[in-house]
Write a protein that binds this ligand. Structure first.
Ligand SMILES: NC(=O)c1ccc[n+]([C@@H]2O[C@H](COP(=O)([O-])OP(=O)(O)OC[C@H]3O[C@@H](n4cnc5c(N)ncnc54)[C@H](OP(=O)(O)O)[C@@H]3O)[C@@H](O)[C@H]2O)c1
Length: 220
């Protein structure tokens, strides 16, 4: 399935892939007609027969056999716990782990652990929606540096050695997002003090699970 999926993406893109990621340690059902397979309640349709270690082994084969069309492989939504499991059988260490990360969910332990293993930490939902962008400290610093809240938060990510993937549909904001201020040590520390281990994107549901996995299984 992985080989088939990569071929499909390569054909659609018409170019090579810099970095191919496993989206989740939890496997979704493979459905050619539905690229976002969800049930009637909006929950992902999970294929519990798939082990992420086998998915990773298939990704390693893709990397070896793609004649340079896939340049690197990595993971997303992994924790120290699930990465430790993956590394039990992995021949290649993931180049990167893309996780939810912003001032309210800083995951310093994961970032440091990954640094020791040579895994780049990449932040998704890096600006933390309106909740973080409108935090009083962030708003105050945006005013002080004369930039947007998003730029303040992106500057903080870069200063801590994290790669933020920020999305904007606006050309000017895209340019702004690569033109970042240098925060003073004090202002960097004020943002770091906002940590509260709060997930805003992929949350554990009222049943204590996310896509059928408990927080313990996910390592959250
Ligand atoms: N691996 C995963 O499981 C996972 C999960 C979630 C997201 N992601 C990926 O992560 C990327 C970013 O995540 P995200 O979209 O949730 O969070 P985000 O990039 O932090 O936030 C995007 C929002 O910020 C606004 N924005 C961006 N730059 C701005 C600026 N300079 N000033 C004001 N507003 C600004 C955008 O509005 P405008 O478009 O109007 O500028 C958009 O509404 C996406 O590519 C997404 O696919 C991955």
């Amino acid at each position: 399935m992985v080989e088939q999926s990569v071929e499909r993406s390569l054909d659609a893109l018409g170019t090579y892939i810099d970095l191919y990621l496993m989206h989740f340690p939890i496997a979704m059902v493979y459905d050619n007609d539905d690229r976002d397979p969800k049930d009637a309640s909006g929950n992902y349709r999970v294929d519990s027969a798939v082990d992420f270690k086998d998915t990773w082994a298939a990704m390693e084969r893709v990397l070896a056999n793609s004649n340079g069309r896939v340049r690197a492989i990595g993971v997303s939504n992994f924790s120290i716990r699930t990465l430790e499991e993956l590394l039990e059988t992995a021949k290649i260490v993931p180049a990167l782990n893309q996780v939810e990360m912003h001032p309210y969910l800083q995951q310093e332990e994961l970032k440091q652990w990954q640094g020791e293993k040579g895994i780049v930490t990449c932040a998704y939902t890096p600006t933390g929606y309106g909740a973080v962008r409108n935090d009083p400290v962030i708003l105050e610093l945006a005013k002080k540096y004369g930039v947007s809240s998003a730029q303040i938060i992106l500057a903080w990510h870069v200063a801590r050695g994290v790669v933020p993937v920020c999305k904007s549909s606006d050309a000017q904001r895209q340019r702004d997002n690569i033109n970042l201020p240098t925060l003073s040590d004090l202002d960097f520390a004020r943002i770091t003090a906002l940590d509260r281990y709060e997930r805003l994107c992929n949350k554990i549901g009222p049943d204590g699970k996310m896509s059928g996995w408990t927080a313990e299984q996910l390592g959250w």
